[in-house]
Design a protein around this ligand. Structure first.
Ligand code: BGC
Ligand code: NOJ
Length: 809
């Protein structure tokens, strides 16, 4: 069952009912200022950091859910108030549609012949949300309408705002001007920033005190001022400051009116904070308010945003006979890659925005699916990430985007982290050819004076693994590897203890076969890079370490028909046939097979066959089987989940692409595409009532066969699945791979994708790649009409801006 449809022409998902199984959200903003908005208008916005610079309040675990955001009310005299986005009023509408597009959301609704169209977006280069509202009288009589637009301010730090009432109920402050309400809490002391909510018209009244607006026992569904049709122009002092504007509208039959509401953020230099004693300097807000006085400016800004996306997405497009493939590749998968790059795992409807900042491994992997879109931002990100590495090569696990410093609460000890830096940097180099990044001076642990070239950071990463080997010569796991819940050195027995920080951050015995796979893959990439840089000795050292690691995996990391997962702190195998539960895990099958470990003996193929046999369900490849049925303190959080959920045997979508990519390495196009399709949103859309999360983006997990409700997804949007799925489909299945010296073209397709064209902009050259799939494995290439040996299309001579490639399989 579906709750809407894809409108590919407009690059939108059209939600046709407010009653989706869960709020289905979208993201606004591309850089610095972001908003989350659901299909009923819920959500919030923030400047850079969802925890520290939150503009409006959002109540978690609220009942009903998602009652928070930007509140709009329309009340015709004598009638029930309603909201263009359905909430907060929840009044039944005669017509409702929510169109989630790229960086904008439109609500189109109608009640009693009054039509509303509300468009929300964040203009490029502005730190404000625009909510542009058009009202139209479709009736036969004149209409008199009261329009209210309102927001409830968050007192900046979202965590403190939700907890520290004894202070916060005293600090709230606002300033008001005609049509603009400023939120100025704590500006009198150490803050240099303020927020505002404005409308581009004369208003007939306002409120800034929430209790005054809502009234006794009042709630956001039916504020007393809205139902009563009056305003008291209240001024908040402490309590809960809000911004609510009241506008009276008269519309003749057929007549339209337009309003532009702005919800913005501005900063001032500290020494120029005040325009008069105690008065906030407001030119930052004023400039933006003036820009959007005329609604045409909002249209122009939205058009600009749309062309920005058109341009971005033109870097990689496919045109095939499978619309589901095209819409994922050309629109939604790349869009999600931008969002995960921006947010890491910080702010979604499942990540509160108050917990983790940017994850080290998460951001490195997100970059893999983003680097082709805006390489300069990827470059900047790499340098930020590398700066939270420590001199011994270990890394902080997370950092705050506002301060860019490593997060001490979680610290380090996740032993896969360092190697992801190699993955990210090599992806950047292959995309851009910009080797100058390797010379950039980057500090360790953000400490001034400790700067070393980025290349040295890569060396530290690789040598960290080499210096932390366990009894079998496999990498020590530390707190955890990619699987945060396989905590082999934790041994927690206290309820509520964090598995992420309990127990020693290291341990001399517990080893990870997964990190071994990563080391073979990325150690080799690093050695190749060293060779390119004529660092022969270093390349040889690492080649040797890689060869030793392969040997260690084949000797002690192989379990007969698949790769073992790990050794625990007592030296017992994890993820082998001798284990009662958790006999086979997906991660080492994916990574060791991608790394080709034991290729000569057919190990990758054997491992992938085992994956199909044991882990593949209708909804994708599950993380492990059989699921753990009891808690094991020697294994940690993974056994804390009920069977079939999260790391305990759900379809953890993130590592499905690893399997798919590994299948392409073996030339198995059918199997690769089969895995791709099972978790792909556009294919899953038909089962939205089971899946429940948004049908246009990947979710982190989908309950596995051992769960009570297999197929139910959790945790949509912020997942590494997005980047890896894009790498999988764009580079492995469609096979267009950026490489140091050109574009490598190695499609591995299922038969059903007979003929297709990929357009790829790469280092400033537009490649049109036309692929005819006759079911073969070895691509035969013709470049601009002439046969080409091998699969590498070399960079064309200076000045050549287009290339035409014919590929036959
Ligand atoms: C989740 C993991 C996550 C970890 C880190 C765990 O509770 O299951 O998926 O990576 O927390 O925050
Ligand atoms: C989510 C985390 O963000 C990611 O870093 C981790 O690899 C997976 N969960 C698996 O535990």
């Amino acid at each position: 069952m579906k709750f809407g449809y894809f409108d590919d022409e407009n690059r939108e998902y059209v939600v046709e009912t407010p009653a989706t199984p869960l709020p289905w959200i979208n993201y606004l903003g591309n850089q610095d200022f972001f908003g989350l908005i659901s299909n009923t208008g819920g959500g919030y916005c923030f400047y850079r950091d969802a925890k520290l610079r939150r503009l409006i309040r959002y109540r978690y675990q609220n009942v009903p859910a998602d009652m928070g955001g930007r509140f709009f009310y329309l009340r015709e005299l004598g009638k029930t108030p309603w909201s263009p986005a359905f909430l907060p009023c929840g009044t039944a509408l005669d017509r409702y549609r929510c169109r989630h597009g790229l960086g904008y959301t439109v609500f189109e609704s109608e009640k009693d012949h009054l039509a509303a169209s509300l468009t929300a977006f964040i203009p490029l280069h502005e730190t404000c949300e625009v909510h542009s509202l058009t009202l139209k009288n479709n009736g036969k009589q004149e209409k008199e309408i009261e329009l209210w637009g309102a927001v409830e301010w968050c007192l900046w730090n979202a965590a403190d705002d939700a907890a520290n009432f004894q202070r916060n109920l005293n600090t709230g402050e606002v300033e008001t001007e005609p049509s603009v309400i400023y939120h100025t809490t704590e500006y009198r002391e150490r803050r240099d920033h303020y927020a505002w909510f404005s409308v581009n018209t004369h208003t007939d009244g306002f409120e800034t005190d929430r209790d005054e607006f809502l009234g006794p026992f009042g709630d956001w569904r039916a504020p007393r001022r809205v139902t009563a049709g009056q305003s008291k122009n209240s001024e908040a002092h402490g309590g809960a400051p809000i911004a609510a504007h009241r506008i009276t509208v008269k519309l003749e039959p057929g007549e339209e009116a337009r309003y532009v509401f702005l919800l913005g953020y501005a900063e001032n230099p500290r020494d120029q904070k005040f325009s008069a004693p105690g008065v906030v300097r407001k030119d930052g807000a004023r400039r933006v308010v003036d820009r959007f006085l005329n609604p045409a400016a909002a249209d122009a800004a939205l058009a600009e945003l749309k062309s920005y996306w058109t341009e971005l997405l033109s870097v990689y497009t496919v045109s095939s006979k499978e619309p589901r493939l095209d819409r994922m590749v050309n629109i939604w998968n790349q869009y999600q890659c931008m969002v995960t790059f921006n947010m890491s795992r910080s702010a979604s409807y499942f990540e509160s925005g108050m917990g983790r900042g940017m994850g080290f491994r998460d951001s490195c992997q997100d970059l893999l699916g983003f680097v082709h879109l805006i390489p300069d931002r990827a470059r900047e990100r790499i340098l930020d990430i590398a700066a939270v590495q420590k001199p011994d090569g270990s890394t902080y696990h997370q950092y705050q985007p506002l301060t860019k410093r490593g997060n001490n609460d979680i610290g380090s000890g996740f032993n896969d982290d360092p190697l992801w830096l190699v993955a990210a940097v090599c992806a950047y180099l292959r995309e851009t050819g910009d080797f100058s990044i390797l010379e950039e001076l980057v500090p360790f642990d953000s400490r001034p004076g400790s700067e070393a070239p980025l290349l040295e950071h890569l060396r530290c990463s690789v040598h960290f693994t080499m210096n932390h080997l366990g009894p079998h010569g496999l990498p020590l796991i530390g707190r955890a590897d990619w699987n945060d819940c396989l905590n082999l050195n934790c041994f927690s027995e206290e309820p509520g203890e964090s598995f992420q920080v309990t127990g020693p951050s290291d341990g001399a015995v517990a080893e990870s076969v997964f990190i071994a796979g990563m080391f073979v893959k990325y150690g080799r990439e690093y050695a190749d890079l060293c060779r390119r840089l004529k660092l022969g000795d270093e390349a040889a050292r690492v080649d040797q370490a890689v060869a030793d690691m392969e040997k260690a995996v084949l000797t002690d990391g192989w379990d007969g028909a698949w790769y073992l997962r790990a050794y625990d702190a007592a030296g017992n195998p994890v993820g082998g046939e001798s284990c009662a539960e958790g006999q086979i895990f997906i991660e080492p099958q994916g990574f060791c097979a991608m790394a080709g470990i034991g290729g000569a003996e057919g190990r990758p193929q054997k491992a992938l066959d085992s994956v199909r046999k044991h882990l593949l369900g209708d909804y994708g490849v599950e993380l492990l089987t059989p699921c753990y049925t009891a808690y094991h303190k020697e294994l940690g959080e993974i056994t804390s989940y009920p069977p079939g959920y999260k790391e305990n045997g759900s379809v953890f979508c993130h590592n499905n692409p690893w399997i798919s990519i590994a299948e392409t390495e073996l030339g198995r196009g059918e199997e690769a595409f089969d895995v791709y399709r099972r978790i792909c949103p556009a294919w899953v859309e038909e089962r939205s009532e089971i899946h429940r999360t948004e049908p246009y983006v990947y979710s982190q997990t989908v309950a596995g066969r051992a769960a009570a409700r297999p197929g139910e997804a959790k945790n949509s949007w912020l997942t590494g699945t997005s980047a890896w799925s894009f790498v999988n489909i764009s580079q492995a299945i469609l096979g267009i791979q950026p490489d140091y010296d050109g574009l490598r073209i190695r499609p591995c397709l299922p038969r059903e994708l007979g003929e297709l064209t990929v357009c790829r902009r790469f280092r400033g050259v537009d490649y049109t790649i036309h692929i005819r799939n006759g079911g073969g494995h070895r691509p035969q290439l013709r470049l601009n009409g002439l046969p080409l040996a091998g699969d590498l299309v070399p960079l064309p001579p200076e000045g050549v801006k287009t290339c035409h490639v014919e590929v036959r399989l």
